[in-house]
Structure formats: structure tokens, C-alpha cells
Design a protein. Structure first.
Lengths: 322, 332
């Protein structure tokens, strides 16, 4: 495997890891506040559809992004109402949203566009174009660092950089602000937070809304950044891989980045059978690479590599003592 | 009492009449979905054409999960639909179980062979059509490297890949063929993001013509090829040339629509057995229209037409993957 192949694989890793990373951070906010979120997939899917539909209608990808985020936040609000206000089972609410998104997107798309549950292809300004970082062309001849900068880091759509910046932002919010301290506390011991006079319900709604925002960006990236339009069930299980990454990362932002990059790398490797054959002396089935994220997560959960302890109050609706 | 009985009798007769009147044909679409712009959509086109020309109506069900197959089939059979057409190899085992229970219903299955007295099995010689588009790919390729992206890794898709590879090798024996499958689960038919990543990976390995036989995943492949400079794609099943005019070299069309229309026209009690639709029957072929007219030169067309005649006459034999589950031109 030569250097340029390595760059290509890492480049593909960046693209594949971005939706995982955004969804993983969304799950991180939600679960750190004590609300389990199986519905990451649903929020990404609904956002993918509305971002593509609005981008197509208006010709502006930014309006599409806003519509995607709005749709995702509506879904987050439904999850919030069901699991915070009405204290329903969070897993069931999430699963219901997944079904709802999968059916609703196709139904609305068929009604609006008559193209069989997909949106028409997006052209020009209705898509996120690759962004060339400053000096990328000038530096491309520099050995080693040049290709890394001009091919690996430059040339992605702006949402990739948003996703990468979301990691330090998440870290800062969770560990360096008062809001973050309270958010983490509400996932561990909501009664203590309530005693301190802080609204448990308000904090949890805020966390779920942030999750909606991040999933919205992830969905818009899938439909208007990576692809040029919405296709039925186009998230293809990425929400679940993001959940696996969240457990793998033990609910921490920087670990989430490395987990998502690792899972993205595994997916990117599975696409390059020639490289896989060159690395491994035996015939490695690509299916094994595809299933590795799940296998690794099970290994982590089984406690072989450190311990993954979920937020203590996760999954339990908060009932104020009467 | 007699009055009651006659009313009941009348009601029963009515119900019977209604039952026979409801003997509309039915079609079941596989997991890719009715509007996959490809295989299932082609079947739908055929059914719709039948409805438009005859003024009849038909029932349809779209599969949402593996578990629904048998249930859907039995429900249609019990509701009196006749004939029942289903698209996709995955119905093979289910139909073999269900068909003997409804001996008076005629079934037609596309892409699989079910040996029952009331089943018509329609299979296509995809390897022949793929051979022709493979020839076109090799002739249009400047880099000498061409790609193939399959959907779910099943023998049928390998059958496509195998014919394609033989066509490529027939024109350029030194050509390199990169072959990838999207996955091993039905989700592989609907993952355009992975489709375009696969296409990008193949492009970075030098491929400049990419043939997608991957249902909805192919949309992503065609998109990635259209976004890249100097890369053309080849569509599958339906004519997909119009999706990116000037960027799709051709499409390997599989006339599922004709097979469905034929089955509907023949009606209940149609002739059963295995029907093979190849180049000679116009069951498969390559698509030419105004969108790709500039991409395919007259010489290319002449060479492909020549090969087509030779395949029909038996002078050139395209090896089928099914013969011994391996391919002479491509390793999986």
C-alpha cells in the first residue's frame, strides 16, 4: 500500500465518520442527561429528507440545512414529550420514531415528487460543494504534509469541519460550563439537581434539543453533502453504529471522535478489497470488517477493555417526590 | 324461514360473484421497493402498461421485510388474485412452499426457478446483456481499468459481474476489472452513500467506467461517477441513461416489464415452466437514446451489434456463473 492509497482511505474515512460523529455527539448529550436515544436514526433520516426536499424546492442548500435541523428537532421534541413530560419508556419512544421516520419520509416524498419516495437530484447551489482550504493547491507539492493537507483535510464539505469542531465544543460545554455540569449531574442523580433548585425537565429538554440539532446536521450532510438527494432509508443503520460508537467511547467526547474515526476507517477499509488483500496474508472477508464495530462494542460492554458505565439515571423518567 | 334462506343464498351468490370478479392479477415487489428506478420499477411499468391497455386493475404489495413474504403471497392467493407475479430471487423458497397449496392459482416468479406445476419461472440471460455493456465499457475506457459495483452479494449479481467481465476481456484482454459488492444483507440494495464511496474508491484505483448492478445503491454510484471528471457509469435493469445525461455510458436493460405484462396478458391458467429471456428474445440488451448518443461511437455500436449476433447464433458463448458457480474472467 503506497502513501497516496493511504491518503485516499483516510479521506474516505473522514467522509464516512462525519455522520457517525455528529449522531454520536447527539447521543452523548441526550444520554448524558439521562435520556436514552435509540431514535438517532429517525432524526437523521427525517432531516435527510427535509433538507433535500427544501434544498430542491428553494435551490438553496442552507435553507435545506435549516429545514433538516427543524424537522430533526421536531422529532427530538416528540421524544422529549413522550419520555420527559409523560415519562414513557425511552426505548419504545425511540423505536417508534424510527418506524415513523422510515415510513413518513417515503410517503411524503412520494406525495410531493412522485418519484417513488425519493427527491429529485440536487444540482448546483442545492448541494454542499467541497470546500478548498486556503493554500491547499499551493501546498500540494510539499512532500508528505502537502497531500495530507490538500487531499485529506481540504476538499470536504463544510459540515465535515462543523462535525470536527463540534467535538471540542461538546467537551467545553460539558466539562467547562455550568450548564454542562448540571447536564451531567442530571444524568447521574436528578434528585440532587432538583434539590439544588435547577429544573430537571428543562435541562433534559435542552439536551434532547441539542441532540436534535446535531442529528439534523448529520442528516443534511448525508442527503446534500455526500449525496445529491434523498433515497428511502438512506441512513442504512448509521444511527445504530453511532450508538455503538457512543458506548465504545464510554460517553466521552474525545473518545467519541476516535471511536467514530475508527469505525469510519473500518468502513472505508471494507470498500477497498485490494488494500485488505495486501494487508492481510489470508483472505479476509469484508463482511468481517463491516461487523467489527458491533463486535468491538460487545467486547467493550463485556468489560474486557476497561469498563463502560452508562449515566446512572439513564432510561429512568424523573419523578419528583410528592 | 324460506325467505331468510333465499336472502342468505342470494348473499352467498353475490359473494361468489364478487369473488370471481376480484380475480385481478397481482404483483409483489421485492425489498428494493416499487420505485427503485431499476428492477422493481421495471416490473411496475409492465403492470401499469397492462392496466392502461386493457383497462383492467391489479393488486400490488411492496415487501417491507423478509418475514412478510409468505404472508403476502398467501393473502393474495386467498383473496382470489390470479395470476400472481412476484419479482426477485428471494421469493423462490417461499413460493415452492405456497404454490402447492393453491393449485388453481397461477404464479409467475422472476429471477428464480421454482419447479411446480402452477408456476412460470422467468429468468433472464443477464450475462449476455452484461457482456455487451462490458464490451462498451472496455472500448470507452481510457485507463484500461473498469469497475463493477454489485448490491447484495448473491449468485445473481455475480452472474451480472461475470458476463460483464467476459465482455471487457473480449475487447481488452489486459483490462483490469475491480469488483465490489455493497453488502450481504437486503439493506445493500438501498445504501447510496456506500455506493458512492465504493465508486470513489474504484475511481481512485483508476477505474473510469463503473457498472452498477445494485438497485437503489446504484443511484449513489451514478452520482459519484457524474461528479467525477472523465468517469462514466453504466446503469442497470431500467434505462437509467436519463439520470445524468451525457454521464451514463449506457444501461443494461432487463425487460422485466415485458415479462410482467406477458404474464398478466396470459391470465389465469397460463402456460407454466421455465422461460429464459436472452438477447434473441430481446429480454436483455443495452440502452441507446439521445442521452448517450454522443458517448457511443458508430464503431463501438457496430462491434457490439456484431457480438450480439454471434451470441444469438451461438458462435460466441458467454459463460454463465450458474454453470459451476465460478467465473472464468473474474475472481470474487
Amino acid at each position: 500500500m503506497d502513501f497516496s492509497t493511504l491518503i485516499q482511505i483516510l479521506d474516505s474515512t473522514m467522509r464516512l465518520a462525519t455522520p457517525l460523529l455528529l449522531a454520536c455527539l447527539a447521543g452523548l448529550f441526550s444520554e448524558r442527561s439521562g435520556i436514552f436515544d435509540i431514535g438517532l436514526e429517525a432524526k437523521m433520516l427525517i432531516s435527510a429528507f427535509f433538507s433535500a426536499a427544501v434544498a430542491y424546492d428553494t435551490g438553496s442548500v442552507w435553507l435545506g440545512l435549516l429545514a433538516g435541523i427543524a424537522a430533526s428537532m421536531v422529532f427530538a421534541a416528540i421524544h422529549g414529550v413522550a419520555s420527559i413530560t409523560f415519562r414513557g419508556n425511552q426505548l419504545i419512544s425511540g423505536v417508534a420514531l424510527n418506524f415513523l421516520a422510515s415510513g413518513m419520509t417515503v410517503l411524503i416524498a412520494q406525495n410531493w415528487f412522485q418519484q417513488g419516495g425519493r427527491t429529485p437530484s440536487l444540482l448546483g447551489k442545492a448541494r454542499f460543494e467541497p470546500l478548498t482550504l486556503p493554500f491547499a493547491d499551493a501546498l500540494s507539492d510539499v512532500p508528505v504534509l502537502g497531500p495530507i493537507y490538500s487531499e485529506l483535510l481540504s476538499g470536504h464539505s463544510i459540515l465535515v469541519y462543523v462535525a470536527l469542531l463540534a467535538v471540542p465544543a461538546t467537551y467545553w460545554v460539558l466539562y467547562r460550563t455550568r450548564f454542562g455540569l448540571r447536564l451531567r449531574a442530571v444524568g447521574e442523580n436528578p434528585a440532587a439537581v432538583d434539590t439544588a433548585g435547577v429544573s430537571v425537565i428543562g435541562l433534559r429538554y435542552a439536551a434532547v434539543a441539542i441532540a436534535g440539532l446535531l442529528c439534523g446536521i448529520a442528516g443534511a450532510y448525508l442527503a446534500t453533502g455526500l449525496q445529491a438527494g434523498f433515497v428511502k432509508d438512506m441512513t442504512a443503520g448509521r444511527g445504530y453504529i453511532a450508538l455503538a460508537a457512543l458506548i465504545f467511547a464510554k460517553w466521552r467526547p474525545w473518545y467519541a471522535l476516535s471511536a467514530c474515526l475508527l469505525f469510519g476507517l473500518l468502513q472505508a477499509l471494507a470498500l477497498r478489497t485490494d488494500v485488505v488483500e495486501a494487508i492481510f496474508p489470508f483472505r479476509m472477508p469484508v463482511q468481517l470488517l463491516d461487523s467489527l464495530p458491533y463486535i468491538l462494542t460487545v467486547v467493550i460492554l463485556a468489560g474486557f477493555v476497561g469498563k463502560a458505565i452508562p449515566p446512572r439515571a439513564g432510561g429512568q423518567p424523573y419523578v419528583k417526590e410528592r | 324461514m324460506t325467505f331468510m334462506r333465499s336472502i342468505l343464498g342470494a348473499a352467498a351468490t353475490l359473494a361468489l360473484v364478487a369473488g370471481t370478479a376480484a380475480a385481478d392479477p397481482a404483483i409483489i415487489f421485492d425489498l428494493g421497493g416499487k420505485f427503485d428506478k431499476s428492477f422493481n420499477e421495471s416490473a411496475f411499468t409492465g403492470a401499469k402498461r397492462w392496466a392502461d391497455t386493457t383497462g383492467g386493475s391489479f393488486r400490488e404489495i411492496e415487501m417491507q421485510s423478509e418475514a412478510q413474504r409468505e404472508q403476502a403471497l398467501r393473502r393474495l392467493a386467498e383473496a382470489g388474485s390470479n395470476p400472481i407475479v412476484m419479482t426477485g430471487f428471494a421469493f423462490g423458497n417461499v413460493l415452492a412452499e405456497v404454490a402447492p397449496d393453491y393449485p388453481d392459482t397461477s404464479f409467475a416468479i422472476i429471477d428464480a426457478v421454482v419447479d411446480e406445476p402452477n408456476v412460470r419461472s422467468v429468468v433472464f440471460s443477464e450475462h449476455q446483456g452484461s457482456y455487451l455493456v462490458g464490451m462498451l465499457a472496455a472500448e470507452a475506457s481510457k485507463s484500461g481499468t473498469v469497475g463493477f459495483i454489485g448490491g447484495m452479494d448473491i449468485p445473481l449479481i455475480r452472474h451480472f459481474a461475470c458476463g460483464y467481465a467476459q465482455g471487457v476481456k473480449a475487447v481488452n484482454p489486459d483490462a483490469k476489472i475491480i469488483s465490489n459488492m455493497t453488502g450481504t444483507t437486503p439493506a445493500a440494495w438501498n445504501d447510496p452513500v456506500k455506493g458512492s464511496e465504493l465508486a470513489k474508491a474504484q475511481i481512485s484505483q483508476g477505474a473510469d467506467i463503473i457498472y452498477a448492478a445494485a438497485g437503489g445503491t446504484g443511484v449513489g454510484v451514478l452520482q459519484a461517477a457524474a461528479d467525477a471528471d472523465g468517469v462514466l457509469s453504466i446503469g442497470v435493469d431500467s434505462n437509467q441513461n436519463h439520470l445524468h445525461p451525457g454521464k451514463v455510458l449506457t444501461s443494461m436493460v432487463k425487460r422485466v416489464d415485458n415479462a410482467v405484462e406477458q404474464a398478466f396478458n396470459d391470465g389465469p391458467g397460463f402456460e407454466t415452466g421455465t422461460v429464459v429471456l436472452g438477447l434473441a428474445e430481446e429480454g436483455v440488451g443495452y440502452a441507446m437514446d439521445e442521452n448517450n448518443a454522443e458517448l457511443v461511437s458508430d464503431e463501438m455500436k457496430a462491434a457490439v451489434e456484431d457480438a450480439k449476433q454471434k451470441i444469438i447464433s451461438g458462435e460466441v458463448e458467454v459463460v454463465s456463473y450458474y454453470d459451476n458457480n465460478s467465473c472464468p474472467a473474474l475472481e470474487f
